[in-house]
Design a protein around this ligand. Structure first.
Ligand code: PPY
Length: 504
């Protein structure tokens, strides 16, 4: 792509280190970003920090690999840098960073990690603060985020006894494709914030355990890299953020179909990004203190920008039901709406001939006080049965749930209530952020073991025997019942913080 194929010395690049002339190096290529500075969704300041230098390490986790190629005209691609001559960016290792390195060295061995909560506790201790803030943050007061998990506490089992459970099998099919468990790895953005291999960790672990990975639009790894890394026959889905420029979306969707993606999950709950204050505060506190004093409020700091908001401007808030036929005209992949939150919308999706819906509130990251997916599931099953005579799980119109799942026990409750499968997101992020591929591998093994035990204790030999009669969900819609607290979950929950006085 470099316009000239020219080799440029690091010394020459280093001279272009100002707002007037700003060159940066990413993956050995030199780019002139001077005219792009004010258009950068993350602000100009961060680019200027790397002006004249190699920005690869900062760039990688938060940009899709082809972002520069897409956004910078070819004439701004100046050529290749001579690797011998690149100035190393001196990164000061703070005491805080040293302490984090110590914590990484002192991680427990994987054999001491007994459940998915454990990964979260370790991830919180070892991840860079910004990355932790981005992954863990949720909307407003994070009520929905916590409710997603708490809702499972209002469902209790009615197990059956004296059934021969020597052999138990919790495998299933999702959109017609085999899955070893009734769960899939749902889409979560910016995997390289947590680990240098990003979403590749998930691709590899999904292959090993026979589960399906949903590739996110905003993966840190390139889409093709994730597809190329799949084993022959490995099934992958794609999550789609719809671009304001429909030509871009069309190209992406059709490319995905050509590459063998087996289901398109269109995100419908994020016309605007939710307000994730943990993420926002991180960014805010990382700014130059001189600019955020009470005396200098000329809005030099854009307080609205967490990591996520910075890159969300391409998403189309104009997406509408009337776009659905267009999607149906550009692809034969099954279409699923991800982020449905009431039966009326689920019914409309069914009537339009879609393949299913994900009952989800985006991990509590969008509208606070949205109900949990598992609560919405009950009303969707009830109304679609009453109005269209459907029974669930249903091959033709599949219901998925995500949010708050930490144990196979949670997953099986959703299956009993009619879900085909459940999406799990953050726990896998925490698993690879703390232990890379082996972490995700271990997380899936834990879930495997939990499924085996729970199936036996429930008296269910296959998922067909995990039926509505096996659960008491009569309190699910009541938001005030007292149940024992989940200490593991609660102790991982990091309270939001108020704004703080400056240190004097
Ligand atoms: C999220 O953060 O909740 C996402 O879905 C990913 C994302 C990241 C950045 C912009 C928009 C969405």
């Amino acid at each position: 792509m470099s316009s000239s194929g020219r080799v440029i010395s690091g010394k020459e690049v280093a001279q272009h280190n100002s707002r007037e002339s700003c060159w940066i190096i990413v993956h050995g290529k030199v780019y002139d970003v001077t005219e792009f500075l004010d258009d950068h969704p993350g602000g100009s300041k961060i680019i200027l920090k790397y002006a004249g230098k190699d920005a690869t390490a900062e760039y990688d986790p938060i940009h899709p690999p082809d972002a520069i190629k897409t956004h910078l005209p070819p004439e701004k691609h100046l050529g290749d840098v001579d690797p011998q001559t690149v100035l190393k960016v001196e990164v000061e290792v703070t005491d805080q960073e040293k302490a984090r390195m110590d914590r990484i060295a002192n991680r427990p061995s994987l054999s001491e990690i007994l459940n998915l909560h454990d990964f979260e506790a370790i991830a919180r201790a070892v991840m860079p603060e910004k990355a932790w803030a981005y992954y863990s943050s949720a909307a407003d007061d994070e009520i929905t985020n916590r409710e997603n998990h708490a809702a499972y506490h209002r469902i209790w089992w009615r197990p059956r006894i004296l059934r021969d459970v020597t052999h138990v099998d919790w495998s299933t099919t999702i959109l017609g494709h085999p899955s070893k468990m009734p769960l899939y790895i749902t889409a979560t953005a910016l995997g390289k914030l947590g680990h240098p291999d990003g979403e590749l960790n998930l691709t590899k672990a999904a292959a090993k355990h026979g589960v399906i990975q949903m590739i996110p639009t905003l993966a840190s790894c390139a889409f093709d890299e994730l597809v190329d890394a799949a084993q022959p026959g490995q099934v992958q889905f794609l999550q789609l953020y719809v671009n304001k420029d429909r030509a871009i979306t069309k190209k992406f969707v059709q490319h995905a179909e050509e590459r063998g993606i087996k289901g398109l999950f269109i995100t419908v709950d994020a016309p605007q990004l939710g307000r994730r204050e943990k993420d926002m505060r991180q960014k805010f506190e990382a700014e130059d203190p001189a600019e955020v004093t009470g005396n200098n409020q000329e809005n030099k700091v854009d307080r609205s920008q967490g990591a996520a908001r910075a890159i969300s401007s391409f998403i189309d808030p104009g997406l509408d039901w009337k776009d659905i036929p267009w999607f149906q005209s550009i692809t034969k992949m099954p279409l699923i709406l991800k982020g449905v939150q009431c039966w009326e919308d689920a019914l409309q999706a069914y009537d339009l001939g879609l393949a299913g819906v994900v009952l989800s509130n985006h991990g509590g990251r969008q509208l606070d006080f949205s109900r949990s997916g598992i609560e919405v599931l009950v009303e969707v099953v009830r109304e679609l049965r009453a109005r269209r005579g459907l029974s669930f799980p249903n091959e033709k119109f599949q219901l998925f749930v995500d949010g708050g799942v930490r144990r196979a026990n949670d997953v099986l409750k959703a299956v009993a209530l009619g879900a085909t499968a459940v999406g799990v997101g953050r726990p896998f992020l925490y698993a690879f952020s703390s232990y890379g591929f082996e972490g995700v591998d271990h997380a899936l093994q834990i879930l495997h073991d939990e499924f085996e035990m729970n199936m036996r204790l429930l008296g269910a030999r296959t998922l067909k025997e995990v039926v509505p009669e096996m659960v008491d969900a009569s309190s699910l819609q009541s938001h005030i019942v007292a149940v024992p607290g989940d200490r593991l979950y609660d102790s991982n929950y990091e309270s939001m913080q108020h704004a703080r006085l400056r240190e004097v």
